[in-house]
Design a protein around this ligand. Sequence first.
Ligand code: ZN
Length: 133
Amino acid sequence: MTELTQDASELTIKEFQEGIHEGKIEGYRCTNCGHQQIDIMEFCPVCHSAKLEKVEFSHFGSVVTYTIQLVAPEQFMNEVPYAWAIIQLDDGPKITGWIPFISRPEDLPIGQRVVFKKSYLPGIVFEKGKTGD
Ligand SMILES: [Zn+2]
């Protein structure tokens, strides 16, 4: 690991991660067609407009799909088992995050309401939320 190879895209990921640690899910919205995504974009992939704005997305969403991880990379070692999930944000795009303490499919039905949790942990952490939140 070296600082010397850092390029602009890595800095952007760093910015995004800093936002996450501050409790914000930031991304981009095309003001022309409304397309939204987390990843930085220069042009909208849908309508090719360059009219993009930085936005902060909802902290609430629903589980679209997930896999349960029983064996984890080093930085998640204390968190297993957990679900590595695709979450549809209420007012935003689908994003990939993880939900601690999920060991069986019964623990996390598809469509489960989840809420983004500000955390010092790497990645985007969600926890099960109350219905209607
Ligand atoms: Zn667009």
